[in-house]
Design a protein around this ligand. Structure first.
Ligand code: FRU
Length: 492
């Protein structure tokens, strides 16, 4: 087959990828495929990239390897959406087919300027990581403009090996870039650069620099303003576990405070983990046309076994989530547009629960469920989802530990994990229990479970690989009750 690399603006590598996708779509087995979450059409997906608005829609690019369900030389896949629920697959945006990016087009961000969309990405070649730029006049085809920031711009105390994941944004009339880097002393750092024109960059300062990333760097910085504060997100590798926080082998955290771009300092007021589940990494945000900050993350974790790989794909994205600040903390709720896709409402106003109650018509594996648990006298009370016989995943409150627990150890398949990780089957978080009550909003989508606790004060995200669609409630060591339950099928 003859392919003309210049015919429609896409590069040679993106055209090969798109042909491959078209010819191999049917080989992806539907098992475990989500129905309302973003997944790769074939092959492998990791981080969201370039999440932003342009040409009248929202764009989500992502780390993509079309040719197999495991991480390899990175492309940028591309989806667009009007409402964050229905997504349209676009041609592959970037492929590792240039001299500076022949080993991969790693993560990065997008900005719109003078009607054009610019993608900033980390170009990898021969062990060197540099920051490159690509431009598009239609939001579909991208032309690479080459390296705009290389290791020679780094201060002397930075190692040249790890320098990646540029997040570019406009502030006070200038462009700024945050990027993860490693110092010569093996400290993780987040560096700030400044530019007037997107192409010439000067180093400002390290907004964060410490030895807490025990096996790498602060990956994938993201930045936005919310409720009068500056918010910096990042995904540290090997961050130390603090009690129930940061239990995954790689974590995601947010810092609240104020970014002084002139001095390149982030005056931190608060820091916390973003999600307390198993599968959440490298979140990115955008600002919607109506002013909301929406975040999306990779719904997987590094150094784990990916059970869907045998079906020809691996990796998906979380539901896009709206972020708000309340009492100086970040709250998350699913993007409100998902409510347009609710079907078959089922409601219960009150039900006492004992050792395992099923409520009529409360079942399913593509559903939204919300309820308040009156914890009564129970020592443990909660919900079992994806239930089939002895298999299930449980989310419950444990009174003695004063934690909400997400336990997927009975799902019927064990997720093997990194030796440094304690386990990959139980996570817990602490939330505020008021009036002996806990509220949960849960989204199930075939193999994913996202839990929003107490109106989004904490979230727990995890994949559950079970073929069951049973749902039941349980209380142990006493009784508890369900108040105001609502359940909907989500049909997209
Ligand atoms: C984070 C990450 C990034 C890198 C990309 C490569 O998950 O390691 O730092 O750019 O993935 O796929």
């Amino acid at each position: 087959m003859k392919i003309n690399p210049t015919s429609s603006g896409g590069s040679y590598g993106t055209k090969i990828a798109d042909l491959y996708i078209v010819h191999n779509l049917a080989a992806v087995n539907g098992n475990s495929r989500c129905t309302y979450h973003v997944m790769p059409p074939v092959g492998w997906m990791n981080d969201p990239n370039g999440f932003g608005e342009g040409f009248g829609k929202y764009h989500l690019f992502y780390q993509f390897y079309p040719y197999g369900p495991s991480w390899d030389s990175m492309h940028w896949g591309h989806y667009t959406t009007e409402d964050f629920v229905k997504w349209k697959m676009e041609p592959t945006a970037l492929a590792p087919d240039g001299k500076d990016d022949c080993d991969g087009c790693y993560s990065g961000s997008s900005v719109m300027k003078d009607g054009k969309m610019y993608l900033f990405y980390t170009s990898v070649a021969g062990g060197k990581q540099t920051q490159s730029l690509a431009v598009s006049e239609d939001g579909v085809h991208f032309e690479k403009l080459g390296v705009v920031l290389s290791g020679d711009r780094l201060p002397a105390w930075c190692a040249r090996s790890d320098f990646r994941d540029p997040k570019v944004f406009l502030r006070e009339g200038k462009y700024y870039m945050l990027a993860g880097a490693l110092t010569e002393k093996k400290e993780g750092a987040i560096l700030l650069f400044r530019s007037d024109d997107l192409t010439k960059w000067e180093f400002v300062n390290a907004v964060r620099r410490d030895a807490l990333t025990t096996r790498g760097i602060y990956e994938c910085p993201d930045f936005f303003e919310l409720g009068g504060k500056d918010v910096l997100l990042t995904s540290p590798q090997g961050y130390p576990t603090e009690d129930w926080r940061y239990e995954n082998v790689q974590s995601s955290l947010y810092m609240l405070g104020a970014l002084d771009v002139k001095r390149g300092e982030f005056l931190k007021e608060y820091e916390d983990e973003i999600d307390g589940g198993f599968d959440f990494y490298a979140p990115q945000t955008l600002k919607t046309r109506d002013g909301r900050i929406v975040m999306i993350a990779w719904m997987q974790m590094w150094q784990r076994f990916f059970p869907t790989a045998k079906h020809g794909w691996a990796g998906s994205m979380t539901l896009p989530r709206e972020l708000t600040l309340r009492d100086g903390r970040l709250f998350q709720s699913p993007v409100r547009e998902i409510e347009r896709y609710r079907w078959n409402p089922v409601r219960f106003s009150n039900a006492t629960i004992g050792s395992g109650n099923e409520l009529t018509k409360v079942n399913g594996s593509k559903v939204e469920l919300s309820f308040t648990l009156d914890l009564g006298t129970a020592k443990q009370a909660g919900i079992k989802v994806f239930q089939s016989g002895e298999r299930d995943a449980r989310i419950y409150y444990d009174r003695e530990k004063d934690r909400v627990v997400f336990d997927r150890s009975r799902m019927g398949i064990e997720i093997s994990h990194d030796a440094d990780e304690k386990d990959a089957s139980v996570r817990s978080v602490k939330v505020e229990i008021k009036n002996n009550r806990l509220s949960m909003r849960i989204f199930l989508d075939v193999s994913s479970c996202e839990v929003f606790l107490n109106g989004g004060e904490r979230t727990m995200t995890g994949n559950v690989y079970s073929d069951g669609d049973g749902i039941s409630f349980f209380a142990e060591g006493g009784t508890a009750a369900i108040e105001a339950l609502e359940k909907y099928d989500i049909v997209v």
